[in-house]
Write a protein that binds this ligand. Structure first.
Ligand SMILES: *Cc1c(COP(=O)(O)O)cnc(C)c1O
Length: 393
């Protein structure tokens, strides 16, 4: 039997488990627990779980396992653990492997909640964390040392779309035996194969492209079977951040169309970046596959497409950015990303509001910066919407 199916085939079929009824669409096993024929069966299952056996939904569930197996097949990972949100995945992956005295090196340009875990939580438990400019390989080299147990980064940063050189950073980490954890949300599992590039553990907020329709929170941790079942699972199943079966079903159905959606979104994102580049109202357009992006060559070496996010630096600061946002007719003002609906965000006053102006400046988040998550609407309509709103600036 052929088992090296291409991506779209895996996204539709991988991991499917059918009940005795032979249902076509994946079943939602909305059950917290499982019944045993005999007391001896119960005892045996608590001693060792067989291949298709479950005991409690916090530990595992058939619908959740389908999602884990399907995304592991997509990513090319040995195994996956599904979590209640993207943040449960980030905190679970890090906390399950770290202990007091360990050292972590992380890129500085992080999602606010990731920064909270690294800066506030880990420190309280005696883990020291150094932050570096993720685009500066010399800074990684200087920060990674014999004490370093883990290296963390968002492979494409939010909202300035900086690109981490995964191969180079992983090589430095592996020299000292550190585990490389990549938050790959912005790059998407469709456009970047982070494990092949050298990462050991890959994390997604499934809330973003995987659901892709703004319905549910979810996350997933991918890695070797030893890491997922030996390190992550015991921690997650006892601390409670597991995914619900209903959410897993939403994410399974999201995976079926993930490749189609991401490709349509990336095509529009690229067309938008080209159309806006050079517009008089904009001081810069940030898109990894634009030749003006400072890491264009690295982005093209690592990614199959430039992704679904475009950031615009609008001349005239916050007032001009707000005029632009308020003039949009199709694109929504909100703060999710990866959604079928296009969404515009003003990071300085929303997602990155809590940072000081100095911190924002060091991350390149100016008052005129607008982040656009490109959806699956008609490309020409999206370009019209953006060009029309830029006239209002
Ligand atoms: C959204 C996001 C998260 C957190 O995911 P939730 O599902 O909201 O918990 C983590 N990392 C990145 C890069 C994100 O965009």
């Amino acid at each position: 039997m052929k088992n090296d199916w291409n991506t779209r085939t895996k996204l539709v079929h991988a991991g499917t488990r059918r009940s005795q009824y032979g249902e076509v669409s994946e079943s939602i096993f909305m059950t917290q627990g499982f019944v045993y024929e005999t007391a001896e069966d119960a005892e045996a299952r608590f001693v060792a779980l067989g291949d298709d056996e479950f005991i409690y939904a916090r530990y595992g569930n058939p619908t959740v396992r389908m999602f884990e197996d399907r995304i592991a097949a997509l990513e090319g990972a040995e195994d996956a653990f599904a979590t209640a949100s993207g943040m449960a995945a980030v905190s679970g992956a890090l906390t399950s492997m770290l202990k007091a005295g360990d050292h972590v090196v992380s890129s500085r340009a992080l999602f606010g909640s990731c920064l909270y875990i690294l800066e506030e939580v880990l420190g309280r438990f005696g883990v020291s964390v150094d932050f570096v400019d993720g685009t500066d390989i010399e800074a990684w080299k200087a920060a990674i040392g014999p004490q370093t147990r883990a290296v963390f980064f968002e492979s494409i940063s939010n909202p300035t779309l900086e690109v981490i050189d995964i191969k180079a950073v992983s090589a430095l980490a592996h020299e000292v035996g550190a585990i490389v954890v990549a938050d790959n949300v912005f790059a998407t599992p469709i456009f970047q194969r982070s494990l092949e590039l050298g990462a050991d553990v890959v994390i997604y907020s499934a809330t973003k492209h995987i659901d892709g329709q703004g319905r549910a929170l979810g996350g997933v941790i991918l890695g070797t079977r030893e890491f997922i079942r030996g390190t992550v699972e015991p921690y997650m199943k006892h601390t409670g951040g597991s995914m619900s079966p209903f959410t897993a079903w939403i994410m399974l159905k999201g995976l079926e169309t993930l490749d189609l959606r991401c490709r349509a979104q990336a095509q529009s994102a690229s067309a938008i970046a080209e159309a806006v580049q050079g517009n008089a109202a904009v001081s810069s357009v940030i898109y990894p596959f634009l030749k003006e992006h400072p890491q264009n060559a690295l982005a093209r070496a690592q990614m199959q497409k430039g992704g679904t996010m475009v950031s615009l630096d609008i001349k005239g600061g916050q007032a001009a950015a707000f005029r632009f946002l308020n003039a949009l007719e199709v694109i929504l003002i909100s703060n999710n990303l990866g959604d079928a609906k296009s969404i515009a965000t003003h990071p300085a006053t929303t997602t990155h509001q809590r940072l000081t102006p100095e911190q924002r400046a060091s991350l390149g988040i100016g008052d005129g910066l607008v982040r656009i998550s490109v959806g699956i609407e008609d490309t020409d309509d999206l370009i019209w919407d953006i060009m029309n709103a830029l006239k209002a600036v």
